[in-house]
Design a protein. Structure first.
Length: 575
């Protein structure tokens, strides 16, 4: 059994002069032994996924395993079948994989950060790309001719049917949506609500990369196999062809940060292009030769963050600072799949010898705004923003006949999974109805809305379960006095599942513990069920305060129904 990684002898040389335009391979070549290794019981397929100080990988035997970045085994989930080489982790640590036994089967599986299965959904066909995650936890799911958008708890928000296959894998954009290129060269930009903008390109590009143009303006930098570049302004769809600029060689992959784009080239070099200056700043050598890249099975993970530019392949990896200094290089032999590089500076490589190797390549840790679990979202979709002015001119919006019409329309859209571009409109109306008794999100004089309607509105909000609506629902739960609505708010928070900031759990804790604990049996039962659901979804550390809440609800002084539900939830968390 071959060793997974064999490295060159240790060598530390002077860095290249960053003032020049071309940099030789004369920097640090990594040779240190792994900081840890773990037997996997199978070969890794697909690149591992790193997130929240841990790594998760899929093996060819159908096992999904997680380890802490220090090498401690965290969990092992068996998918009961063949798993595709795609793995996605969200910022709260949820893992999404797809089991696929044949071309007509694709079971999407959600696994929490403790390795517990949350839900499954039959997609009817395998994935064609990794699941992408939006700012509020929503999922963008891609199969051969269909795109779905789902909530983190598995409710479908919208779907789109395509008549052509994709030529480039989908990528997230700077607006919280994504873009992809079809096999006929059509570029589709799709926002978080399913709105499509289309642009027909002359030919299929090699890469499409979001770049920043300043003043909150974004564009897509498009690179073709000839080395030519084109810029598409996402605000007005204007296209600019860089007629006097050509990359030094055929581009293979691209990544951007702010207004600079890095390219991995077919000759084995990296170059950095400045959008502001419209010129190539520098080129540098990598661990790759042109023969490596021309291999039909060649694949790479290429990215650019505040630490630098990284090129990861099966036969090695390297990193460059954005001023052109190569930071390090490692050569890999016997790897079964692409390696992964974590925010903690650790490279993970799964060997053909069924062993996972971890190498500490950098001491620099990414500077990110962190919440309870992973990094904070990059933006907001506005689904939880106060928008009373949207309905201020609609004088009949609180009459029972009009509310019934709206409720039926929204319920039908939820059942059919086609909320789509009406999501903002629907959530705004539902929040106004739900909070109307308290004056939340409402302006002007209005007649009272009865509690059954407020409760119904809260329930529907949960099926569009965005993390952005959690603050509204938690506030409603805290301030509402009607037990029916308060119960619905607790149920909605549990149904949404995600609670990366711990807002829901704090609201429940304040309701259960002194100085003002609740006494209503219906509300307390709903709290017990919701806390159990949140604990199952998120796992520790969020489950730790949840266990304390459930323990308090299972005490003798609580009503029998509350105790029974709390004890059942505690038991479910142990199994």
């Amino acid at each position: 059994m071959a060793a997974a990684i064999q490295l060159q002898p240790p060598e530390l040389k002077a860095q290249a002069d960053p003032g020049g335009q071309s940099f030789p391979a004369d920097s640090y070549v990594f040779e240190d032994p792994p900081i840890w290794r773990q037997a996997l019981g199978g070969a890794v397929i697909g690149a591992p996924a790193t997130q929240v100080e841990s790594v998760v990988m899929v093996s060819d035997g159908g096992n999904i395993k997680a380890f802490s970045w220090q090498g401690r085994p965290l969990w092992d989930y068996f998918a009961r079948g063949r798993v595709q080489p795609f793995i996605t982790r969200t910022r709260e640590g949820t893992t999404y994989v797809c089991r696929s036994s044949n071309q007509n089967n694709g079971i999407l599986i959600a696994i929490n950060r403790a390795g517990r299965e949350l839900w499954q959904m039959n997609l009817g066909e395998p994935l064609t790309a990794p699941v992408l995650t939006g700012w509020d936890g929503r999922l963008f799911i891609f199969t051969a001719y269909r795109i779905r958008c789902m909530t983190a708890s598995g409710s479908t928000l919208w779907s789109i049917t395509l008549d052509k296959k994709t030529a480039l894998k989908p990528c997230l954009d700077e607006q919280g949506g994504f873009f992809l290129v079809l096999e006929d060269g059509e570029l589709l930009r799709i926002n978080a609500f399913g709105k499509i903008d289309s642009e027909k390109l002359d030919t299929i590009p090699v890469s499409v990369t979001p770049v920043h143009q300043g003043n909150n303006r974004y564009a897509l930098l498009i690179a073709y196999s000839t080395g030519s570049l084109e810029l598409l302004d996402t605000a007005n769809a204007n296209r600019e062809i860089f007629r006097n600029i050509t990359l030094p060689a055929r581009p293979v992959a691209a990544a951007a940060r702010e207004n600079k784009a890095a390219f991995l080239l077919g000759n084995g070099r990296i170059c950095l292009f400045s959008l502001a200056e419209r010129r190539i700043l520098w080129t540098g050598e990598t661990h790759l030769a042109a023969a490596d890249i021309s291999n039909p099975n060649f694949e790479t993970t290429f990215f650019f963050d505040e630490r630098g530019i990284y090129a990861l392949t099966r036969n090695g990896a390297c990193a460059y600072a954005d001023d052109g200094r190569r930071l390090w290089l490692i050569r890999i032999r016997g790897a079964a799949s692409l390696p992964a590089f974590s925010d903690e500076g650790v490279l993970y490589s799964g060997g053909a010898d069924w062993i996972l190797y971890a190498y500490k390549l950098e001491e620099r840790v990414r500077v990110q705004k962190r919440l309870l679990y992973g990094p904070a979202p990059e933006g907001s979709y506005g689904t939880g923003i106060k928008r009373p002015d949207m309905w201020s001119g609609y004088i009949n919006r609180f009459t029972e006949s009009e509310m019934d019409i709206w409720f039926r329309e929204i319920e039908l859209a939820i059942r059919q999974g086609q909320i789509g571009e009406k999501e903002i409109e629907y959530t705004s109306w539902l929040m106004e109805i739900a909070g109307s008794a308290l004056g939340l999100y409402s302006i002007g004089a209005r007649p009272p809305v009865q509690s059954p309607y407020r409760s119904r509105a809260v329930g529907l909000l949960s099926y569009m379960g965005s993390s952005e609506t959690i603050p509204f629902l938690a506030d409603l739960f805290f301030r509402e006095t009607d037990p029916l609505v308060k119960t619905a708010a607790a149920q909605a928070l549990g149904r949404i599942g995600v609670d990366p900031d711990g807002i829901s759990m704090r609201a429940f804790s304040n309701a259960v513990f002194p100085p003002a604990p609740l006494r209503d049996e219906q509300v307390l039962t709903a709290i017990a069920n919701a806390v159990g659901a949140l604990c199952r979804f998120s796992g520790p550390p969020l489950s730790e305060p949840g266990i304390r809440i459930l323990t308090a609800l299972s005490s003798r002084e609580r009503p029998p129904a509350v105790r029974t539900n709390a004890e059942r939830e505690i038991l479910s968390l142990r199994n």
